[in-house]
Design a binder for this molecule. Sequence first.
Ligand code: AMP
Length: 217
Amino acid sequence: MRIVLLGPPGAGKGTHAVMLSKELGLAHISTGNLLRQNVSQGTELGRQAREYMQQGLLVPDELVTRMLAERFRQPDIKAGFILDGYPRTLNQAETLDRILGQLHLPVELALNLTASEAVIIQRLCGRLVCRKCGANFHRTNMPPRQAGICDSCGGELYQREDDREETIRKRLHVYGQEAASLLTFYREQHKLADVSADRSAQEVLAGILGIVRQKNA
Ligand code: AMP
């Protein structure tokens, strides 16, 4: 199954992408994680992207698209993938269709995670991310077994620079500007499914798996 995960920052795309990739054996591709890796490794791409990310702005398309096209060259995507954080604009959705069209691996399902602003702010202000594997935790909603340590790989947990209330509001604004046309793009292709993410992670996962099963039936 080839899935794109849509929805505002804090809707739970990262958490559910990890859960779904394990459950369904899909490659998890997060453009945010790939960009953060580039920033922490000090690559040229990371150097160019950093300022935008700190301000909660979108990194220019040509940088993200080049990085993504490179990721799609890896053979693991043939078994299916879940794309988290891309596309974020109509232009990116069209670019993605072009790249995947050339690979004969079109998107099959666009899952739109919806969440209220209050839930989003609470989630992101308490979010903790693993420096090593990118897994997400939350100080109160989903605490790690051992404080500051990732349950999955033992890596160090940290708070993202852009998970501050002011930057979160900026990111939500940026998302809102593009969301309608992005959702219309996938609705018109009959690929869009909405999932309310104002629930526990397990309930949301169950909802998503129901949609995937229906799609495969
Ligand atoms: P995320 O981890 O998905 O919340 O992404 C963190 C930040 O990385 C965003 O606020 C953007 O600055 C940048 N970013 C991630 N994905 C994209 C994308 N598809 N297009 C542009 N910028 C992106």
